[in-house]
Design a protein around this ligand. Structure first.
Ligand code: SAM
Length: 326
């Protein structure tokens, strides 16, 4: 019988975010301003371990997997990983979160392998501002990748923009106008404090309430959310095909709608983006007895706390989001 992952607070988990590498080619000033630390040993999961772990989650009721990183498109076997995940019984949807690297050239093969949905990170539509935030002059490539995704008929395209007071906050209206006429959802995400970005956070956190007010004042209305929806709030407008969302991790009740678990590229289960150091799943992988891993995952879920402690400035063990996969 299909099991279901339910934590002590009664939250159900059908969604797994799987980091396949912590390597990143960007230097986003809120995440990895000095770039990826190449001195650390990768020791990442191989395809067979990924298959064992995701199969176990699928037996436990997980239906959707989002591939993330680091930058997942840097992994040479990305297309094989998409195909593998799609072939696992119970996995209905495979999505990818990317900065757009190699996207326009590779998207067709990712789609052929079974990719269902794309999240593209884009913090500004102004090339100079974009480069100032991510450390790379790559906006044109990213937009080419986005056009390709629309051309290939992807139904679920999201563009994620981190709200940054000193950088893109003055461009919010431009971003909304741009997204309005595209078949995409633009999501403004509030900056989160990590162990590495405390001062940056203090100078740049910008509340998404500001975006919500703008939307409501200009004819957008909030979409009714299903009980199992994640923490994003989404808005639509009768005249536009695009929709706009906000993700506000500091808002009251944010964690009540938590519907996701995370596995790092090192094979550790993270119950919260800002929690413990992760529970190592590799020791429980066994071809002879898959129930070892099934039981371990169910047991670890029992340790999930009701909330993160970001409100009190506590970022847990998280130095930056590239280490877990944001
Ligand atoms: N490299 C991929 C990308 O750029 O989408 C995937 C990994 S990246 C860590 C995932 C998302 O986390 C990106 O949208 C990034 O902007 C976001 N992110 C990173 N650090 C963050 C922070 N401190 N607060 C909020 N979002 C953050």
């Amino acid at each position: 019988m299909l099991k279901m992952l339910i934590d002590p607070q009664g939250r159900e988990f059908r969604y797994l975010r799987l980091s396949i590498t912590d390597l990143c080619n960007y230097k986003c000033n809120y995440c990895l301003p000095d770039g990826y630390d190449c001195s650390s040993k990768p020791n990442r999961l191989n395809l067979s371990q990924i298959e064992s772990i995701v199969s176990s989650f699928a037996r436990n009721g997980i239906k959707k997997v989002r591939i993330t990183g680091g930058e997942p498109t840097l992994h040479r076997e990305l297309t094989d990983i998409i195909r593998l995940l799609k072939s696992i019984p119970g996995i209905e949807k495979v999505a990818l979160t990317t900065n757009g690297h190699r996207m326009s050239a590779q998207l067709q093969s990712w789609k052929n392998a079974g990719l269902d949905a794309i999240n593209l990170s884009c913090d500004s539509l102004d090339p100079r501002m974009f480069a100032a935030i991510v450390g790379r002059d790559a906006l044109a490539d990213l937009l080419q990748g986005l056009d390709k995704a629309i051309e290939l008929g992807f139904h679920d395209i999201k563009v994620n923009t981190i709200l940054l007071k000193q950088f893109n906050a003055s461009q919010i209206n431009d971003l909304i106008a741009w997204a309005s006429n595209k078949p995409i959802t633009l999501r403004f995400i509030e900056l989160m404090q990590t162990l590495d970005n405390k001062e940056y956070f203090a100078a740049n956190h910008f509340s998404s309430d500001n975006v919500v007010q703008r939307l409501l004042n200009s004819g957008w209305s909030e979409r009714i959310r299903s009980l199992t929806a994640g923490p994003a709030r989404e808005f639509t407008h009768p005249q536009y095909i695009g929709s706009v969302g906000v993700i506000a991790p500091y808002s009251k009740d944010f964690c009540q709608s938590c519907n996701r678990l995370r596995v790092s590229s090192q094979g550790k289960l993270h119950l919260c983006l800002f929690g413990e150091e992760g529970y190592d799943l590799r020791p429980y992988i066994s071809n002879d007895d898959p129930s070892l891993l099934d039981n371990a995952i169910a047991e670890f879920l029992g340790y999930k706390k009701d909330s993160h402690f970001l409100h009190s400035g506590n970022s847990g063990h998280t130095s930056h989001l590239a280490m877990i996969g944001g």
